[in-house]
Design a binder for this molecule. Sequence first.
Ligand code: ZN
Length: 449
Amino acid sequence: MQMKLTVHGGAGEIGGNKILLEDGDARIWLDMGLPFGFGEQYFVNYLGPRDRFGLRDYLEFDLVPPIKGLYSKESLKETTFPYSAPGFSGVLLSHAHFDHSSMLGYVDKDIPVHLGECTRTILEAWAATSSRADLGEHDYRTFRSKRRIKLDGVEAIPVHVDHSVPAAYGYILHAPSGTAVYTGDLRRHGPHAEMTAEFIDAARAAKPDVLICEGTRVDPADTRAPYSEKDVKNLSIEEVKKVKGRLAIVTFYPRDVDRMRTFHEVAHATGRDFVLSAKAAYLLRSLEKDGRIKVPRVKSDGGLLVYLRRLARSIPWEEELRDELSDRIVGAEYVKKHQGELLLQLDFTHFTELIDIEPKRGSIFIHSMSEPFEEGDIEDEVKDRWLDHFGLVEHQLHASGHLSRKELESMVKEIGAKKLVPIHTDRPEMFKDFASGVIVPEKGKTISI
Ligand SMILES: [Zn+2]
């Protein structure tokens, strides 16, 4: 017997993780993500895929791999690819980010999906508040850290890690012919560094034959500031203090609950109320009801308000928020009148609200997410034009969700696996600078371990 790995997504690219591990009777998927910019080689602006035809338009251009026994009847109905009965032991999700989970919508509902309890809550909150998200129906099996999961002769142990979304896990997989470790996405400079340390300890103790390792920041030429979550908080406090009487605006990733907590603290330290976006408020309410992790309590914590846009048609989940949080709901008029008292979360896609808010010139905009990867990013140029138009001063203050090059090196050494398969990086060959036994994966090509 031999362990085989096939990287169907995440080979030489950041995101889109879908890795098939086969050993004996077990056929296990590590994550089920779609890459960032999925399909943009063929679809642009109003030329979009016909989602009503399931995978038809995606299979035409090999945008998803043609894999027997993975896809649902529904998603193959309009394609020439024949449906086959489910042929996999299960999907193990590492965390709720788009690039690790969003292909679930096409997966056969009879393939069990193992995921953290809060990961499920986050995915469901996302599906409820996004018109584009459709995760389909699944046989969800939730776990907590270190629960042993049996899958056709393989024992999989999820161990929590710190990442830019709650409920993130790495996996230790004891298979008949060896042991594999999968890192998922992880960092050591976040508020829960001890969880990542625990994962690395458990991984080392398992004496793995192969480490399937994320490498988002493996390139030493990565010049982005290596801030920690604490740095983001302290530097933001400094900047917000400087703009007395004017508005402070922040934008960050929609599922980054740590960042919500950070900016709630920034608002508190600068004597402002933190105005959450409706989606962020909905996610926090869901996690609060779930009760497993500590999150800001939208309904009862001091200094929290929720921004609802004026829409032509009411959206049921937003109305639900309005009813539930009536005295905490604000809109553009309120923000316009109380600029010096507020820290407003505003996503790029909702920038049109600025027209109604009329921020005073010299107000600040904190960009608390990754800088664009390329020069001349169109979205970035549009953002700059808006900031310029409203006289907003931008600050780039972000703590990454990923290990730095140095931290990657020390983790790889500490775990000491015989072989290493780099994924979730556009520079996989760079692992050869500091690790032995590196196998650079090629998309869809099977590697024997
Ligand atoms: Zn991630």
